[in-house]
Write a protein that binds this ligand. Sequence first.
Ligand SMILES: [Zn+2]
Length: 350
Amino acid sequence: MSETRKARREAATRRGLEFIYRTARDPENFAAYGFDYIFCLHWIASTSRDAALRRDARRMAVERARRWRSEHPAVPEDADAETVAQAVFGGLSADRLGLRDAAFRRGVRRAAARVSAEDLLWFDPAAEPPPADLPADCACGEANPRGRKTCRGCRRRLKRVSRYEVWLLALIRSYLGERYGVKLGAGYADAIRWLPVMRPYPPLSDGYEDFIWAVYAVTHVVYTLNGYSTYKLSPRWLPAEYEFLKDSLDDVIGLADADAAGEMIDSLKSFGLSDRHALIRGGTDFLLATQNADGSWGDVEAEDIYERYHPTLTAVNGLRDYAWTKRALVFPDLAPELRRWSRARTRQGV
Ligand SMILES: [Zn+2]
C-alpha cells in the first residue's frame, strides 16, 4: 500500500473517531448509548497500532467513562434485562479504562442473577440451539410468544427473527458477562458450542435476512475469540468462518453496507490477510469512497444515532492498523473443541 493510501486511511480514521466522540458528547445520545460509546472508544484505544490514535481515543474514552460512572453509580436490584446488559457493557469498559468500581460490579452480579436467560438472550443456550421460531416485533406493538406466525393483536403475518441474530446476541452478552465476572444469561461456552449447528452459513442468494445476520454472527465469533481485535486467529481454528467472510465481502460491498463491511475487513485482518490482499484493498477503497462529509459512515438521514456512530466505528475498525499481540484465543480451553468441529466439517466434505 502506498504512503498516499496509508495517509488517506489515517485521515479518514481520525475524522471517524472525531465524529464518534462529537456525537458521544451530546447528552441525549449519551443517555441512550453511553455504555456502547465507551466500549467503542476503549476498543480503538486499546488495539490500534498508531500511538497517537491510541492516546487520543483513550483520552476521549476516559473522559466519557468518567461521565458514565457519575451517571450510573449503581444498578437497582430489580433492574430489567436491558439495564443489566448495559451495565455490563459500561462497567467492563470503565474498569478496563482504569475507573474500577468493585461495588458496582457486585450490584450488577446480584441484579443479573434475578433475570432469566430468556429475558437476556431470548433463549437459554444451556438448553437448546438458537431458535428459528421467534416472532419479530409487530408494527402494532403487540408482543407475541414464540412459535406464533400471525400477530395475536392485529392478525398480521409476523416476520421471524433470524436465528443468526439470536445467536449474535448470545455470543456478545455471554462473552462480555464472562469477561466482567457476571453471568449474563449463559456462560460463553454454552453460546459458542452451537457453532457446528450454525454451519454452513447461508449465502446472500438464500435470502437477505439470514445472510446479513450470519455475517454479524461470524464477525462476533471472531471478536469473542480474539478479544475484540487483541489476538490474531488461525484460519485453521475457524475454517468455515474464514471462508464465509472471504466469500461474502464483495456481496456486502454490493449492498453498499459499510457497517457490515467494516467488521468483515478487520475480522479478515485478524485471520492474517494483509493490506496488500485484493479483498482488503477492495474493502478499503469502498470505505474510503463512502465516508460522509461529516466524517461518519452510513445513512446521514438516520434518526437513531446508533445508525450513525456504529457504522462509523466499524469503518474506522476496517481502516485502522492493529497492534496484534500474538496468535491466540481468549479462551484457550476451546482450542481442542474448535479443532474437533473443523475435522467434522472436513469429513463431511463441506
Ligand atoms: Zn400486530
